[in-house]
Write a protein that binds this ligand. Sequence first.
Ligand code: AMP
Length: 115
Amino acid sequence: MADCIFCKIAQKEIPSSLVYEDEQVVAFKDLEPQAPVHVLVIPKKHVESVLALTAEDKAMVSHILVDVVPQLARELGVDEKGFRVVTNTGAEGGQSVKHLHFHLLGGRSMQWPPG
Ligand code: AMP
């Protein structure tokens, strides 16, 4: 989608620190990391948020959560101690980029409730 920064990252039109890529998904380091490990996992397809997902996206979401996130957690060394996966949605959810993304955060103790 024109003017979507994450579409531009997925299409390599702007640089990022890529840590993973396949046909459907890319993952890259967050520009403003909130933890020692902080990567964003996104579909290459533009989907605004979880609210915009449709039945045809089920395989993509499943691929992200079943395959990509656990693989990255292991590769990034946070699988044993634990990590957090966050998908902010909408204004009160704290979503600043309107392209579906899963934050994978780890490498420190997380607090609850989140701010
Ligand atoms: P959210 O606030 O949940 O929408 O998360 C958006 C995230 O994208 C924030 O953590 C930003 O630091 C991150 N971000 C924004 N632009 C970039 C970029 N060009 N490269 C990497 N991360 C980015």
